[in-house]
Write a protein that binds this ligand. Structure first.
Ligand code: TUI
Length: 309
């Protein structure tokens, strides 16, 4: 049985929360860490001062381990990477790119570095670069995605590397957690389920749209731009997909998505904003606290797998 990431990270349960832009603020992340999982602050496209303030709040609201997710397309990625060293962040995850150039300085600062990857090739590259674990994220996930499903990606990554593999994409309950463990994962990362958490600061319209969503209510925009993003269907996605089909330019398409996530999360505009969510949204039926979510998943999985965590 693979080493659990709860041992690697010094947390109680092998559950981590996705570092979602605009959503994964200190309010959500500290609630997850205090409930025994690993809470993660999502940097997204924010600037270095915003990140510094989030870290300050996080340290004030939990004495448990936590992480920061650096979205590598962030224009201030270099400055933020340095801030994470200065602040001695215990766990650093990355998304939407290759974090190779930061690896040595983060490792030297004592951080556990966990890149989010969507292919076996990048998983192997990250292991060679010194990653402590990887998150293998399937295409069921919300936001920026790769093409392999969680069911196919996780066991292939598990076979390809000897560091722990955390499964992500399509996991929102005890069955998903248990299934991930059967695929050889050492833990799970969940995003969508935590978006609907009581402690999540997303606008109520966003939570309601997520809770109402059914199995096939997500769409992938931006396949033609090389940046596929999974979101719940709305006026914006219909318009975007129409323009994409008609061969609109990259600039035209980017104009539509610029600031669209903030519009949905902060302003509650779920018609023309970007409501990022995974395919498992249809399974998320209620707003629960992070402690309730984690307890439900751990106790359910213990029953299913006849073991304790
Ligand atoms: O990063 C994510 N999910 C995200 S980031 C995000 S914010 C954003 N907003 C607008 C446009 C773009 C991003 C929303 N959701 N997940 C982790 C993840 N990383 N999934 C896939 C990848 C990935 C993809 C390609 C990692 C590396 C990669 O290529 C590596 C290389 O060689 O450059």
């Amino acid at each position: 049985m693979a080493e659990l990431i709860s041992e690697l990270l010094g947390i109680r349960y092998p559950i981590i929360q996705g570092g979602m832009a605009w959503v994964a603020t200190w309010e959500l992340a500290s609630a997850v860490s205090n409930a025994g999982g690993l809470g993660i602050i999502g940097v997204g496209g924010a600037d270095v001062n915003w990140v510094a303030e989030q870290i300050r709040q996080m340290k004030e609201h939990t004495d448990k381990p936590f992480g920061v997710n650096l979205m590598l397309m962030n224009p201030q990625a270099d400055e933020i990477a340095e801030l994470l060293v200065k602040e001695q962040i215990p766990v650093i995850t990355t998304g939407a790119g290759n974090p190779g150039k930061y690896m040595d300085s983060w490792k030297a600062a004592g951080a556990k570095v966990i890149p989010v990857i969507a292919s076996v090739a990048l998983a192997k590259l990250m292991e060679r670069a010194g990653a402590d674990a990887v998150v293998a994220e399937g295409t069921e996930s919300g936001g920026h995605i790769g093409s392999a499903t969680t069911m196919t990606l996780v066991p292939q990554v598990v076979d390809a590397v000897s560091i722990p593999v955390i499964a992500a994409g399509g996991i929102a309950d005890a069955r998903g957690f248990a299934a991930a463990m059967m695929l050889g994962a050492s833990g799970v990362q969940m995003g969508t389920r935590f978006v609907a958490a009581k402690e999540s600061i997303v606008h109520q319209n966003y939570k309601e749209k997520l809770i109402k969503a059914k199995d096939i209510d997500s769409e992938v925009t931006g396949r033609s731009t090389g940046h596929p993003i999974r979101v719940l269907r709305n006026k914006m996605t219909r318009e975007y997909l129409r323009m994409e089909k008609e061969g609109a330019s990259l600039e035209e398409l980017e104009k539509m998505t610029l600031g669209a996530l903030r519009k949905a999360v902060v302003d509650g505009d779920v018609m023309t904003g970007s409501v990022m969510a995974g395919q498992i949204a249809g399974l998320v039926k209620s707003e629960d606290s992070c402690a309730e979510i984690i307890e439900e998943i751990v106790s359910g999985a213990e029953q299913l797998l006849h073991r304790t965590f």
